[in-house]
Each structure stands twice: as C-alpha cells, then as structure tokens.
Design a protein around this ligand. Structure first.
Ligand code: PGA
Length: 256
C-alpha cells in the first residue's frame, strides 16, 4: 500500500506576505487530512519562512532544485545540505522547465539526485515527454532514458528514498491534462522499468502525476492504480484548490 503524496511546486512565485497567507490557509484546512503526505516547494529564499510557518505541522517543505555540488566555487548555486539545514525535506529535480531552459541533462539530474540523497532530502525526480516526442511515439523511449540515467547513477535501491513525478511537458501549465488512461499507461511503464531491476522497489515507489492537475480532474487521475499523488503547479498557489487535491488523494489513492 503506497501512501499518496501531493506536492505544490510554486515555481517563480511568492512574497513573504503572500506565502504567509497561502501557508496559513493550507494549514487551516489540513488538520482533518490523514493518510497523505503533503509538501510545498517555494523558491529557495522562502524555504526557511515556509519551514517556520509549517513547523510541527503535517505540511513539509521542499525546494525546486539544488546543486549537484555540496560547496565550493559555484556562484549562484544552492546545495542540498544547505536546503536540509534550513528545513527542506524534499527537492524537485529534473523538472522539464529546468531541462528545457537551463540545460539540465539526464546526467546532471542524476548527480543532483545523488547530492539530495546524501543530504537526507527526498528527491522528486521528474520525467516526461514533450508534445513532439509523444507525437513521434517516443514517450516510452524518453522516459526510459531519463529513468535509466538516475538508476545507473544512484542504484535501484536508492529508489526507496525517491519519489518519481511523471509530467508530460505538453500538460504543464497548459490546462491540457493527460487523460487518466494516458497517464496510467506511462505510470505503469515507469513501474515496469523499475521492476526490471527490483520488483519490491517498483511496487513501493510512489509515482506522482503532474500537469494541470486541479480539484476537478484529480479524482479520475488519482483513481488510476499506478498514480500515487500529484505534483501541482498553478493549483498549488490557491489554498482551496491545493487542499481540494490533497483531499481527493487521501480519499482515492489505494482505495479502489
Ligand atoms: P501545472 O504545473 O500544475 O501548473 O501544470 C505542474 C508542474 O510543472 O510541476
């Protein structure tokens, strides 16, 4: 039985004042929520603020990226141990926006996963195909390649401390969600790829869906047998929407 996990990816949004009301709004509605892991990932500078606001609550904090290096002459970078030091528990790695706009290769993402694990953070490893790749029937090849790099770089056993997020790039921020069947197919494929290395790990790893998930479409997605939660962008900037998805996850995942 996999515990559902819903994570908000705030991307490049937030101010001290907005974050405070957003987090307090989330905390307000979270107390009756059981059986689901919940976290939000603000921009780096706000991680300590959110960690303080959410201290001793069921809301965890993560970051949206980290360096593959722990320290040294890497101007502008933020290291995984630094994030752990200020209260982060999770870190999103290999998000398609970072792959596409900041040149992150599968090898770099794998090295970041290693750094995050060494710092005791839970990496949320993002994989997913572009529209072009889907239309060229390359979805499985792309996802296989992205996973293979992280498996060869970190070993299959490390996946008992990794969360995977399947995010079809064409569904991110577009309002165009993958159908439950499309998502389930790729989630099952991902689990199958892991099962080729270790059946137990494949069964226990949690695989989130991400890409325009909203309270209104979450139930159908989360009812799929291999979808264990969501990585939520736009809808994580509104407490009610985010909580709505968390509630659906708590009520749906593993209950079919
Ligand atoms: P979205 O973003 O929910 O706004 O589509 C998801 C993500 O990029 O993680």
């Amino acid at each position: 039985m996999r515990k559902p996990i819903v994570v908000g990816n705030w991307k490049l949004n937030g101010t001290l004042a907005d974050n405070e009301s957003l987090v307090l709004g989330m905390l307000d509605g979270m107390s009756p929520l059981e059986g689901v892991d919940v976290a939000v990932c603000p921009p780096f500078v706000f991680v300590p603020q959110v960690a303080r606001l959410a201290d001793s609550t069921a809301l965890a904090v993560g970051a949206q990226n980290c360096s593959e290096h722990d320290n040294g002459a890497f101007t502008g970078e933020v290291a995984a141990p630094m994030l752990a030091d200020v209260g982060a528990r999770y870190v999103i790695l290999g998000h398609s926006e970072r792959r596409a706009m900041y040149g992150e290769t599968d090898e770099i993402v794998s090295a970041k996963v290693k750094a995050a694990l060494a710092a005791g953070l839970t990496p949320i490893l993002c994989v997913g195909e572009t529209l072009e790749e889907r239309e060229a029937d390359e979805t499985e090849a792309v996802v296989r390649r992205q996973l293979a790099a992280a498996i060869s770089g970190n070993g299959i056993q490390s996946f008992d401390r990794i969360v995977i997020a399947y995010e079809p790039v064409w569904a991110i921020g577009t309002g165009r969600t993958a159908s439950p069947e499309q998502a389930q197919d790729v989630h099952a494929f991902i689990r199958g790829q892991l099962a080729d290395h270790d059946a137990g790990i494949a069964q226990s790893v949690r695989i989130q869906y991400g890409g325009s998930m909203k309270p209104g479409n979450a139930a159908d997605l989360l009812a799929q047998p291999d979808i264990d939660g969501g990585l939520i962008g736009g809808a994580s900037l509104k407490a009610e929407d985010f909580l709505g998805i968390c509630r659906v996850a708590a009520d749906t995942v593993g209950k079919q």
